[in-house]
Write a protein that binds this ligand. Sequence first.
Ligand code: GTP
Ligand code: MG
Length: 348
Amino acid sequence: MHIKNKVIPMIEAKQKEESLTGVEKMEEEEEIIENSDDQNISSLPGVGAATVEKLEAAGMADMMSIAVASPGQLAELVGMTESTSRKVIQAARLRLNMGFESGDEVLKKRSKVKKITTGNAGFDALVGGGFETGAITEIFSEFGGGKTQMGHILAVNVQKLAGEKEPVAVYIDTENTFRPERLMQLAEGAGIDPKKALKNVKVGRAYNSDHQMLLAEKIGDLIRDQKLNVKLVIVDSLTAHFRAEFIGRGTLAERQQKLNKHMHTLLKLADKHNLCVYVTNQVMSKPDQFFGDPTVAIGGHIVGHASTFRIYMRKGKKGSRVAKLVDSPSLAEGECAFMITQGGLQDI
Ligand code: GTP
Ligand code: MG
């Protein structure tokens, strides 16, 4: 039915085309686009049955996925020209009423943000009450800093999110450091049924950077097809595979390009499904830095810009850890110190 409704106006539009002036043509196009609030993608101008099939195969068969795609990406995926795909994207955006939002609308969206507790009052205070949904939080540290431990802690504590039915954590494990035993231990420490915590974490072991990117792209399917209430996505480590696979200066641009794409997949997930993304990142030493901490996060600006919150964690005295908020849209920079213990994070 959709196809019939769509094809006829398009043929009519084509027949009219020759007799219209430029302005009329534009008005006509806008009319075709704006006339509908149909949320079915097959109702978009230029999206036929074959295109729908390709979009479905790519897991992009919903309005939002198209609206946030890039013209190049969409063109490549379904084999249309970039100018057509630009029009399709624009139409999808109009249907979703995307573009500018007024301050009160943003505020309304912000009111849906939930916070996953770290189980430690000091750490929670540092990040404004917990790790936010709708955003990416990055922790970078040297080895043994506690990044993986934090991933396990969040995967447990997502169960405590208020008003969520069976919240699920997705753990993309790139270094084979996910430990169900440790998760159960932390669940006990947090007063959560260990079996429930274990059941509600879905682990994907990523064998290389392409696999890692693919796993991230599949999360949309878990939400849509398996109807899982995914509220947390962990990528531990975000950068290790990329760092290992792209060695040498000549490969840097390609690495950053892929990393950029990966970060955008994660950003889209966070935004579209109001879920929390937590990524871990190693540091490298920066020998030319004489003042301050001579370490910088891997991944450079791309990771830095896409992350809403950035936390630098280092080892402190007597086995403690110190977390420092280095980048946040609204919170003051600050520090907190804690110990990693059997049951979770504890004050010193
Ligand atoms: P890399 O992935 O190597 O960069 O390190 P990371 O930042 O992920 O460090 P990770 O989270 O693996 O932290 C490891 C540290 O956590 C250990 O050195 C311990 O100090 C602490 N830790 C891990 N498991 C336990 C545990 O069961 N009990 C206690 N008390 N501490 C633990
Ligand atoms: Mg780790």
